[in-house]
Design a protein around this ligand. Structure first.
Ligand code: XUL
Ligand code: CO
Length: 443
């Protein structure tokens, strides 16, 4: 197998860092993997990951037409050998693009067989292949997950399916997905409930479905404990699509769900940029809500399109949006075992293998630049100081008493009546802050 890594599937050479002045479209301008910042390389800070499903299974198909992207390695005597060659190409790409991690769904990497037994056997073969590649390249698994939404058996949901038989099937599939994620040293395991929601309340018992979803999560936790899987469990909220309503709509409803069912200690969030916008939030909002509860886990790095209302999964090159997100991530102390996973796909007409490089170079550079700008903003301290000053009245005296639970309505009333009187109005200074932000973004 190891030899397969040396058969080159991409003509594009390994991407080098050439600095911000470079105009070479196949070079990094901001992501210098070897740059050391506070004792760690940028590669270690960013923890970039490639999403197997988009970059190696994406065909450009959309609801209005079939795939447009034909890869030269997509041929062979049977689906299993094609899957192996495809994986050889993928690991070549991970190395050339300087990504230290990858992510997959079980069904992305291995074709499904006629029975679960057969599917598991095929998966084992491909996982063995992946393990060899990981060993040979040093590329690691950020997270694994199970595809519980493509096969028609899951048309009415997996853990929230009204048929217990489907619940059982999904349980068996996640059991195996946890095992293979562990086998490949996955640092996290993701739950995205693609069809865990409803199309119409006319046929839905919402309460029972939510309880079943929680039961499923508990079973997954029990099994992870049983096999000694140490990876972090992550929930990836999304409000809709493919369902009309997905139960883990956004981070806030995810937190409510986890707390309601006693799961909150075992989960963090995998926040996807365009899932945030589909829920009517900004990316930064979702990060802040998770961080406020110590539940910021990982990022699915992408973006939507302001003119299209669905999950377009585009590569994000919006440095302003990413810088604001990075400020919040750094303030929260980083992503821990998480990383930035490019859950993003090429546009339908972007059919060249080289386009995969352009896409990831753009995304990685934007994130690396945002990381540097956010560090500068935090080091400069003006923004952080402004926010700290805004709440300074809670740092001492009666403000502190409010925060520490020592104040009462009576004590506060007495203060206002006898000492404080009317509060002096203070500007929120939004425009000043927007201008301040631009001084970092545009020098
Ligand atoms: C779908 C999505 C998924 C998850 C993993 O919108 O984001 O690919 O990231 O199942
Ligand atoms: Co995602």
């Amino acid at each position: 197998m190891a030899k397969a890594t040396f058969i080159h599937h991409f003509r594009t050479p390994r991407i080098a860092y050439e600095g911000p002045r470079s105009r070479n479209p196949l070079a990094f301008r901001h992501y210098n993997p070897a740059e050391v910042i506070e004792g760690r390389t940028l590669k270690e800070h960013m923890r970039f990951s490639i999403a197997y499903w988009h970059s190696f299974r994406g065909t450009g198909a959309d609801p209005f037409g079939p795939g447009t992207i034909i890869r030269p390695w997509e041929q062979g005597k049977d689906p299993v050998s094609v899957a192996k060659v495809r994986m050889d190409a993928a690991f070549e790409f991970f190395q050339k693009i300087e990504a230290p991690f990858w992510c997959f769904h079980d069904r992305d990497i291995a074709p499904e067989g006629r029975t679960l037994t057969e599917s598991n056997k095929i998966l084992d073969q491909i996982v063995a292949h992946a393990k060899q590649h990981q060993k040979a390249t040093g590329v690691k698994l950020l997270w694994g997950t199970a595809n519980l939404f493509s096969n028609p058996r899951y048309m009415c949901g997996a853990a929230t399916n009204p048929d217990a038989h489907v619940f059982a099937y999904a349980a068996a599939q996640v059991k195996k997905a946890l095992e293979v994620t562990q086998e490949l040293g996955g640092e996290n395991y993701v739950f995205w409930g693609g069809r865990e929601g409803y199309e119409t309340l006319l046929n839905t018992n919402l309460k029972r479905e939510q309880e079943h979803l929680a039961a499923f999560m508990h079973l997954a936790l029990d099994y992870a404990k049983r096999i000694g899987f140490k990876g972090q469990f992550l929930i990836e909220p999304k409000p809709k699509e493919p369902t009309k309503h997905q139960y883990d709509f956004d981070v806030a409803s995810g937190i409510a769900f986890l707390r309601t069912f006693g799961l909150e200690k075992h989960f963090k969030f995998n926040i996807e940029t365009n899932h945030a916008t589909l829920a009517g939030h900004s990316f930064q909002h979702e990060i802040e809500v998770a961080a406020a509860q110590g539940m910021l886990g990982s990022i699915d790095a992408n973006s939507g399109d302001p003119l299209l209302g669905w999950d377009t999964d585009q590569f994000n090159t919006d440095v302003k949006e990413l810088t604001l997100a990075m400020v919040s991530i750094l303030r929260a102390g980083g992503l821990g075992t998480g990383g930035f996973n490019f859950d993003a796909k090429l546009r339908r007409p972007s059919i060249d293998p080289e386009d995969l490089f352009h896409a990831h170079i753009g995304g990685m550079d934007a994130y690396a630049l945002a990381f540097k700008l956010a560090r500068r903003i935090r080091a400069d301290g003006k923004l952080e100081q402004f926010v700290a000053d805004r709440y300074a009245s809670f740092d001492a005296g009666y403000g502190r008493d409010i925060e520490t639970g020592k104040a009462t309505f009576q004590s506060l009333e007495k203060l206002v009546l006898t000492k404080l009187g009317e509060p002096a109005p203070r500007s929120g200074k939004q425009e000043y802050l927007e201008n301040l932000l631009n001084t970092y973004l545009h020098g």
